[in-house]
Design a protein around this ligand. Structure first.
Ligand SMILES: [Zn+2]
Length: 83
């Protein structure tokens, strides 16, 4: 079984308690967002890249705070205020 590439996810929590995981895609370099459930901690792990049809487009999300220079265009409330 092939090892999935690990990708550090930028974790945000929206108002209803749901986690939003943003990643810089290792396949297309675009930003993708995945749901992380609504538990006490975000659900990380394997995800399918949105840009790859068929097999081979998976990666494994790990917690991280990678640079996300372009925030999502739609307003998302973050869990911790920047200041
Ligand atoms: Zn992609």
């Amino acid at each position: 079984m092939a090892r999935l590439p690990e990708v550090a996810a930028y974790v945000e929590r929206v108002g209803d308690g749901a986690w939003i995981l943003s990643v810089r895609c290792p396949f297309c370099a675009a930003r993708h967002q995945h749901g992380g459930g609504d538990g006490d901690a975000p659900a990380l792990g394997a995800r399918l890249a949105h840009c790859v049809d068929g097999g081979g487009g998976s990666y494994f999300l790990i917690a991280g705070s990678v640079d996300m220079p372009r925030p999502a265009s739609r307003a998302v409330r973050v869990a911790r205020a920047p200041r």
